[in-house]
Design a protein around this ligand. Structure first.
Ligand SMILES: NC(=O)c1ccc[n+]([C@@H]2O[C@H](COP(=O)([O-])OP(=O)(O)OC[C@H]3O[C@@H](n4cnc5c(N)ncnc54)[C@H](O)[C@@H]3O)[C@@H](O)[C@H]2O)c1
Length: 321
C-alpha cells in the first residue's frame, strides 16, 4: 500500500516508517524538520520537506502517489514548551492538522491514524486505570491541542476511516538502533541515559510529595517497538472494518511505574546519581491506561514490556548518538 507518514523525521514516525517499509509498503514522508532530523528518515522512504499545512503540494502528492493511508505524527510535543507558547501549539497541532485532515478527505484517503496522547485526560482523582471514555480535560495547551483535533475528527462525516491512538509514555529505541529519541529534554529515559553515561550529569526527579507509593509520579511506559506494532495492526484492523465508527484506543501496558521505580531498576545495573527537583507545572501525579480495548480490538499483546529492556536500549541508543 502507498502510505503517507507525517513527522517521519521524528522519534515515533521514523520507527513506524521503518516497520511499514519492512512489511513491503511504499512510504512517503513529509516533515518540515522543525524538530525532526534528516538522519532519522529511513533511506528507503521517499521524503518531502513540507509543512502539513501546505495544501497544494500535499494534495498533489496524495494524488500523484495514490496515497491510501495516512499516519499523522507531526506535532510539537513538549508540555513545558506548550505552557510557554500556547498559541504556537494550537496553531501547529490543531489548526494545521485541521487543514491537513480536510486535504486528506478531499483527496479520498481511505485510512487515517492520528497520534493523540494521555494528556487529553482529566487528572484522575483516584488511582484508577483510565478507560477511553474517561473524562477529557487537559491540564496543558499540548493536551488541549490534541483534544481539539480529536473532537474535530469526531465531528466529521465522510468516508475516511479514522483511528485515534492515545499514547501513554513512549520509551526506548528501535531494537536495531536505527532510530530513537534525539535530545528530548522532557523525556525521562533520555535524561536517565545521559545521567548514566555522562560523569557530570545527575538524574533529576521532578516532585517527591505526590500522593503515590514513594511520592514520585507514576506513569504507564510503552516500548517504542510495541507502540509501532500497534500502528501496523491498527491499519490492518481499519482495512477489515465495515463501519466508519471512529476507533479510539489507549496505548500503554496498563502497568504503573513510579519515577523512583525506574531509578531503582536502573541502579541495579548502572551507576547513577539522582536529585529531587520541584514538581513541574502541568505534570499529573498518576496516569495509567486501561488497555482492554487495545488488546481486544487489535488482538494485540505486548512483546517488549520490560523496564530493564527499555533502559538498556535507551542507554545503547544514547551511546550511539
Ligand atoms: N513521544 C511521546 O512520548 C508521545 C506521547 C504521546 C503522544 N505523542 C505524539 O506522537 C507524535 C510523534 O511524537 P514524537 O515523539 O515522534 O515527536 P518528534 O518531535 O520526535 O516528531 C514530530 C515530528 O513532526 C515534525 N513536525 C512538527 N510540526 C510539523 C508541521 N507543522 N509540519 C511538518 N512536520 C512537522 C517535526 O519536525 C518532527 O520531526 C506526536 O503527535 C505526539 O504528540 C508522543
Amino acid at each position: 500500500m502507498n502510505i503517507l507518514v507525517t513527522g517521519g523525521a521524528g522519534y515515533i514516525g521514523s520507527k513506524v516508517s521503518l516497520d511499514l517499509l519492512e512489511l513491503g509498503h511504499k512510504v512517503f514522508i513529509i516533515d518540515n524538520l522543525s524538530k525532526g532530523k534528516r538522519k532519522l528518515i529511513p533511506k528507503k522512504s521517499i521524503f518531502f520537506k513540507l509543512d502539513i499545512s501546505n495544501k497544494k503540494q500535499i494534495s498533489n502528492l496524495i494524488k500523484k502517489y495514490k496515497i491510501h493511508a495516512v499516519y499523522h505524527f507531526a506535532a510539537f510535543i513538549s508540555v513545558p514548551e506548550s505552557l510557554k507558547k500556547p498559541k504556537l501549539y494550537l496553531m501547529n497541532n490543531y489548526y494545521k492538522t485541521k487543514i491537513f485532515i480536510n486535504n486528506c478527505i478531499e483527496n479520498n484517503v481511505k485510512y487515517f491514524i492520528f497520534s493523540s496522547t494521555a494528556a487529553v485526560y482529566e487528572n484522575p482523582k483516584k488511582k484508577i486505570k483510565i478507560k477511553e471514555n474517561f473524562k477529557r480535560n487537559p491540564k496543558n495547551p499540548y493536551g488541549l491541542s490534541k483534544l481539539l483535533v480529536e473532537n474535530y475528527i469526531y465531528s466529521l462525516q465522510n468516508d475516511t476511516k479514522f483511528c485515534i491512538l492515545r499514547y501513554f509514555n513512549v520509551a526506548g529505541a528501535d531494537k536495531k538502533l536505527r532510530t530513537g529519541q534525539l535530545n528530548n529534554n522532557s523525556n525521562l529515559f533520555n535524561n536517565l541515559s545521559k545521567a548514566i553515561l555522562l560523569k557530570n550529569k545527575v538524574f533529576e526527579i521532578y516532585g517527591k510529595n505526590y500522593l503515590t507509593k514513594d511520592g514520585t509520579a507514576v506513569r504507564d511506559f510503552i516500548h517504542l517497538e510495541d507502540l509501532s506494532n500497534i500502528h501496523v495492526k491498527c491499519l490492518s484492523f481499519l482495512k477489515k472494518k465495515l463501519n466508519n465508527k471512529i476507533l479510539t484506543l489507549n496505548c500503554g501496558y496498563g502497568e504503573g511505574y513510579s519515577v523512583y521505580d525506574i531509578v531503582s531498576i536502573a541502579k541495579k545495573r548502572y551507576k547513577l546519581n539522582f536529585v529531587y527537583k520541584k514538581k513541574r507545572t502541568g505534570d499529573l501525579p498518576f496516569i495509567v491506561a486501561n488497555c482492554n480495548n487495545l488488546q481486544k480490538k487489535l488482538k494485540w499483546r505486548p512483546k517488549f514490556n520490560s523496564i530493564r529492556k527499555i533502559i538498556d536500549l535507551s542507554v545503547r541508543w544514547e551511546k550511539k548518538l
